[in-house]
Write a protein that binds this ligand. Sequence first.
Ligand code: ADP
Length: 558
Amino acid sequence: MKSKNNIIHNAKEYLNSSDVDVRERLFMLLASVALTGMWLSFIMGLAIHENIESLMVVVGGFVFFLLLVVVGFKLKRIVEVSYIVAVVLVLVMMPINFFTSGGIHGGATLWNLFDALYIALILRGKPRAFFLGLQSVVVIAIYYVYYNYPSLIVKHTEETAFEDSIASYFIIMIFLVVMVSFQTRLYMRENEKANQQSEEINELNRSQNKFFSSMSHEIRTPINTIIGLNEMILRDAPTDEIKEDAQNIESAGKILLHLINDILDMSKLESGKMDIITAPFDVADLIADVAGMIWIRAKEKKLKFSIDISPDMPKQVKGDEVRIKQILINLLNNSVKYTNEGSVELSARCEDTNDPEIIKLVFSITDTGIGIKKDSIPYLFDAFKRVDEENNKMIEGTGLGLSIVKQFVDLMGGNITVNSVYNVGSTFTVELPLGIVGEGRININKAKGTSKKKYAPKFTAPTANVLIVDDTPMNIKVVERLLKDTEINITTATSGEQALEKTLETSFHVILMDHEMPGMNGIECFHKIKTQTGGHSKNARIVALTANAGPECPALSS
Ligand code: ADP
């Protein structure tokens, strides 16, 4: 009993094992059903005193088939065995069965169909096509012979024809039920597995996003503090040496921030949570800002940096200014990075489109740098892929920039192309369809006004009252120092509760509010200020300050 249970258990395990090819499992299942069927028909033959020749044929078939299956299983040659069975079925069994059991007056036609099904389900590729073709030829041949030489057929009596037909029907039906149930069960199990896996992947993605979002907070906050305080040192550096050190801290801090931002962007793009925010912006401001960030780097490498803007460029367009800046800065940074001598040029022009509301801006970034080998170009936009690594290993980079650029351009419905000659230079061209805003034309002088002036505040406001709410004293210090030259009156609070005490006494024009604080968080505090009984700052403009960049981060502004 125990060994019988063991056999059933092992058979179940074998049939469910995804390590074994599904066709091999189906073959073994069919073989077991066929052998049991043969065994039963031998017992039944004995019971109804079938003639000895017929019994011998059944026993012979049973032994031959059993040996074939056992040897095939032991030697792990099930595929070969399934071919041998196909040969025997098509060339031996099918014609013998047809000619000895009444031709089309019996069960032979059903068995022919079953053979075709066996081939279709168990064999694969070219052998399957070959055997199906061969079977069709054999079927046509035996029908032809039957029609033209009917005397060759061992005819059934009317009664045996009926019996044979109905018996064949039930046997084949059992085979079909077994085959189809097995396939259906397999399909359902695979489906279940796929659903489970996709749920696991979603869960993993969610925790990855959460991780990136908290990482953004944890790493960006101290980096911003470093960059912010360093800016103060830069502004008031008493000696050139201190200024140079501060400049180095600034560029290292910015590289780190850039890297974290790239990783965050990549994670947002991959989870499909990157939103393109469309709003009108000034094209000259965009180009001036971008150029302002690049020219100093170009100068440091003694590269000529030029800007060429077509005068018919619109003054304003509608699009995601931040992402367009990111695209241009990335491409220009690369041009400076991968150019040792010569020049980097940013050119901008526009083209009309079929849509009167949309204009196409075309930006080209051309350099006389190291260029890109032709066979590397197809991999250029792959994430984490750096090309020509042996020549670039001294140039820092992660291989993320161009992948992000390409995904941003795609999200905006634009196009990016690259034209490059190795050791001569490269041109990256970005085409972006953007919304038209009014008729005005660009102010080219404003766009080209890129030289970095000595720092001076953009405004002063000695009568303005600003409240800074942040639980990290260092962050408060950075904002205080950055606003120092504006002469604004600054009050500080290190918690939501403290902020409410201050708003009860004073009317603030602007409140800079940290989002994440222990106890009352920025959002709660925001709502309390807005509804505070006797509060003096219900109408204050409240701006959230947060290092969180996750897509799930709620918006806060008033
Ligand atoms: P990285 O951080 O390595 O610069 P990117 O995704 O920005 O990553 O660029 C991928 C690769 O493409 C770079 O490693 C570099 O080999 C090549 N590349 C990009 N821009 C240029 C260029 N202007 N000139 C030559 N090679 C470039």
